[in-house]
Design a protein around this ligand. Structure first.
Ligand code: FAD
Length: 425
């Protein structure tokens, strides 16, 4: 027999979970969250760097991050939120001048950003002792910081479940049925779901991998779950949003792009006197390598501009560390002269042409909403997006923060109307 959902959220990553939490806070019942892998072996929400900043250049991105940071602050202990700031180094004058100009907008929106000279950088961040003469300046935003994204996602999910939301794990949305009630306006009626057959955890993991990387459903390893009739659907599938969009005949301009992260061991005895990396927030070097302390290690990431799109989860290992991470770290700091590669991983950014997320009602549908493609910003915008989508569902409009600039319709218009975000790593 069919099941019935008031709202069906496709995807239980940090975005789907936040939307579910915000819906139950508003009293919505019969919320279903359907996800193939709530453990998140492939979910970006489990594979990210945990950076949190409102230092962006577009108003909606600054405001959505600012509001989410305020929420993280309220739960600082639960989320291991460490407000230690983002230091951003610049070696290109034009870019630095834009940063100075954008600071006016950031300050107007309540986000304090300091402008630093290379000399200020040397004094305040003593581990940065190399190549500072190549810098034109830096910004430091003390309100930015670091968070444990897994704790945030768990919090959203527990709050949603406490309010009655149902999370279906190992369930994959493989098909949809739509009806056209009025000309040119469709409605999503039924979602077809398959369930991964329970068994040996290693077999289950292999099946999940096959489905998420090759989009093929192995019939021997899955069973059909009863279809779910639904009043409303939210596409919160992160990097997989285009797969559902294509089944619905919806234009989706996002592409999945691999991003890699390495854990680096810097032994205390190799550090220059007076240098303590453990107290740093996030540092973004002019070379675009970024890093912060993570437990006993340094977590460092670099997004190669040449990375082709695709569902690629391979980690390049030592060659990534040797070629992309270590030279960039050591160029700016003798603290990284002698460091070791521990391990690393890769996950997916979902990237749009203007590098901003997609949120809003899907044109041509009466009951379809999308919230996906937050590139490297999904954790730090998660609460604002969850609240905004819940408001849209419950009252038909944004009440707390206007997220309408993020509607997908912008991509059918002139690029001057896009939310082009250049401060992107
Ligand atoms: C290396 C890296 C570093 C990053 N660093 C940061 C950072 O510092 N700060 C920050 O804010 N953001 C960062 N991000 C981005 C952030 O992680 C993402 O924007 C965010 O996690 C997206 O969350 P999501 O819920 O949209 O997607 P996901 O977490 O990917 O969730 C999507 C879910 O959909 C499920 N799914 C897919 N298809 C189906 C289907 N058909 N049926 C059912 N389930 C399905 C998947 O199993 C998955 O759990 C980073 C990302 C990466 C990869």
């Amino acid at each position: 027999m069919d099941q019935h959902a008031q709202v069906l959220i496709a995807g239980g990553g940090i975005i789907g979970s936040s939307i579910a939490a915000a819906l139950v806070e508003r009293g919505v019942r019969d919320v279903y969250v359907v996800d193939l892998d709530l453990h998140g072996n492939y979910a970006s929400s489990e594979l990210n760097a945990g950076g949190v900043r409102a230092t962006w250049w577009q108003e909606v991105n600054i405001a959505a991050c600012r509001d989410t940071v305020a929420f993280f602050q309220q739960h600082a202990e639960e989320f291991s939120f460490r407000q230690r700031g983002y230091l951003w180094l610049y070696d290109k004058r034009e870019l630095f001048e834009t940063a100075i100009e954008r600071r006016r907008l950031q300050q107007r929106l309540g986000w304090n950003v300091e402008i630093l000279t290379p000399n200020d950088v040397r004094q305040r961040f003593p581990h940065l002792d190399r190549g500072l003469d190549q810098l034109v300046g830096a910004t430091f935003a003390p309100g930015d910081g670091l968070v444990n994204p897994n704790a945030v996602r768990r919090f959203y999910r527990e709050r949603a479940e406490a309010g009655g939301a149902r999370f279906l794990n190992r369930h994959y949305i493989e098909g949809v049925e739509t009806v056209e009630r009025e000309p040119g306006r469709r409605r999503v009626d039924v979602m077809h779901v398959v369930e991964v057959v329970k068994g040996d955890p290693a077999d289950e993991a292999r099946t999940i991998e096959k489905i998420l990387t090759r989009h093929r459903i192995p019939p021997d390893e899955t069973v059909a779950h009863p279809s779910i009739r639904t009043e409303l659907v939210v596409n919160a599938l992160g990097a997989w949003s285009p797969i559902l969009s294509s089944k619905l005949g919806v234009r989706d301009v996002a592409v999945p792009v691999r991003r890699q992260i390495a854990l680096v061991d810097v032994r205390e005895r190799d550090l220059p006197p007076g240098v303590d990396l453990a107290q740093l927030g996030m540092v973004v070097d002019a070379s675009c390598v970024y890093y912060h302390p993570e437990g006993p290690y340094i977590l460092a990431g670099y997004s190669s501009p040449a990375q082709p799109s695709g569902y690629d989860f391979n980690y390049d290992g030592d060659s990534f560390f040797q070629e992309e991470i270590w030279p960039r770290l050591a160029l700016r700091s003798s603290a990284f002269e002698r460091c070791a590669h521990i391990r690393g991983w890769s996950g997916l950014y979902s990237v749009t042409p203007d590098r901003s997320g997609v949120v809003g009602a899907v044109p041509g549908f009466s009951n379809l909403i999308e919230a996906h493609s937050f590139t490297g910003r999904g954790v730090m915008q998660s609460r604002a997006v969850g609240v905004g989508v819940a408001e849209l569902i419950c009252s038909g409009r944004y009440e707390t923060l206007d997220l309408s600039p993020l509607a997908s319709g912008r991509f059918t218009q002139d690029p001057s109307t896009w939310v082009t975000e250049d401060l992107h790593i």
